[in-house]
Design a binder for this molecule. Structure first.
Ligand SMILES: *Cc1c(COP(=O)(O)O)cnc(C)c1O
Length: 397
């Protein structure tokens, strides 16, 4: 039997593989340089061009691009009218920003447990938590797989609650034939370099609702407007504008917009390669009883952002930490997405306690994220599989 590197054997590969990496080509570089030679570095034509492109891609009526995915969640919560005294339901298995957006507005994040097989928020758990204070649900398309949108949408609309999808992982995913971005009241994206398409830092909110769209525009830029329909006083002249709410400067530069416009051309290629890699991982790991493969829902045609390797600790002599370290010794450098949000000290100080969402907590102790990105070679993927097989067979009970 092959001995894992951590137990004194030779690593499966010499160079390190990380869990994510951007892919930038010459067209991307050219697009950014063209903007640098143009008149507008921000508030220019690339902003509208990107917003129109996102609308075409998703089928949504309106897009508002902004400085990052966290800003997108913040303005989405503000547009939904989230304020002090309100509650916002979200998943604990997400990046903290999905819950922080409620705190930014003075509201209380409420955590609904996940489905133990798909890892997405469980609509039945959401339903139990809805009360007269619930203002919004922030449902996360975890790993890129769409949440159970049909149930969530019906439930939220019946109760007058705004459904926000945190689609940071899910650009290019569709649900029941409809593109993510055009289904919920609002959908947010992130364009951080580990996400499927990137512009360094960037985000967007998509919606079909004109009222929400106008509010998103307002909160992106200081709460300032020139829209004659929104002005509260009489105009002084064509230069006139008013600050009618407290907004932020969450704008995206034209350099970033140009980069993302160029990146979006490669989205189908990125999606196809990510799917190929997922298929190879699933085939290899599906044969091993010591591992559990994430369940896919048939409605979701997924652009996969993360690949979750989940171990069954009861069948192994090592735990997740041991597995993570054994993989690192093979030069497969993983990550863990995510620590349950309410386990963080800040949330603990707000009064949240362990034990709130048992399925999420169990998943956290059993999972890690394997390398998954466009430029992984077949050899890289084989190395990852070999390393996992080596560790499982050595530590099998
Ligand atoms: C990345 C991410 C965010 C935040 O996006 P930024 O662009 O980094 O601000 C929010 N939610 C989820 C689920 C994410 O993965």
């Amino acid at each position: 039997m092959e001995i894992p590197a951590i137990a004194g054997g030779k690593p499966v590969r010499e160079s390190k593989l990380f869990y994510g990496h951007q892919y930038i080509d010459e067209a991307d570089i050219q697009a950014v340089c063209d903007v640098l030679r143009s008149d507008y570095l921000t508030c220019g034509p690339k902003v509208t061009e990107l917003e129109e492109k996102l609308c075409r891609l998703t089928g949504a009526k309106y897009a508002v691009v902004c400085s990052n995915g966290t800003a997108a969640l913040h303005i989405a919560a503000l547009a939904a009218g989230v304020k002090e005294g309100d509650e916002v339901i979200t998943s604990p298995i997400t990046f903290a920003a999905s819950a922080n957006c409620a705190l930014y507005c003075g509201a209380k994040p409420v955590f609904a447990d996940i489905n133990p097989n798909t890892y997405n928020i469980d609509p039945a758990c959401v339903e139990k938590l809805i009360n007269e204070h619930t203002k919004a649900v922030v449902a996360v398309d975890y790993t890129g797989q769409a949440v159970e949108l049909a149930q969530l949408k019906k439930m939220c609309h019946e109760k007058g609650i705004t459904l926000i999808v945190d689609g940071a992982h899910a650009i290019g995913t569709s649900y029941d034939g409809q593109m993510e971005g055009s289904i919920a009241d609002m959908t947010t994206f992130s364009f951080h370099p580990v996400k499927t398409v990137t512009c360094g830092e960037g985000g967007a909110v998509l919606t079909n609702d004109e009222k929400l769209y106008k509010r998103l525009l307002l909160f992106r830029a200081h709460g300032i407007t020139r829209d004659p329909e929104l002005l509260e006083k009489e105009s002084h002249g064509s230069w006139y504008y008013e600050q009618i709410d407290l907004g932020y400067n969450y704008r995206l530069t034209d350099m970033q917009c140009a980069l993302l416009i160029s990146q979006l051309d490669k989205l189908p290629m990125f999606k196809a390669r990510r799917s190929e890699i997922v298929k190879k991982y699933n085939e290899a790991f599906g044969k091993m009883p010591e591992l559990f493969v994430q369940q896919e829902i048939p409605e979701s045609d997924t652009t996969r952002h993360l690949y979750i390797l989940r171990i069954r600790p009861e069948l192994l002599k090592i735990d997740r930490k041991g597995f993570f370290e054994a993989l690192a010794a093979e030069n497969i450098c993983c990550n863990v997405h995510y620590i349950p949000v309410y386990w963080h000290p800040y949330y603990e100080k707000l009064g949240y306690r362990k034990g709130l969402c048992p399925n999420a907590e169990k998943l956290y102790t059993e999972m890690l994220s394997l390398p998954l990105y466009y430029s992984l070679t077949d050899k890289d993927v084989d190395d990852v599989i070999m390393a996992v097989e080596k560790i499982v067979s050595y530590y099998r009970k």
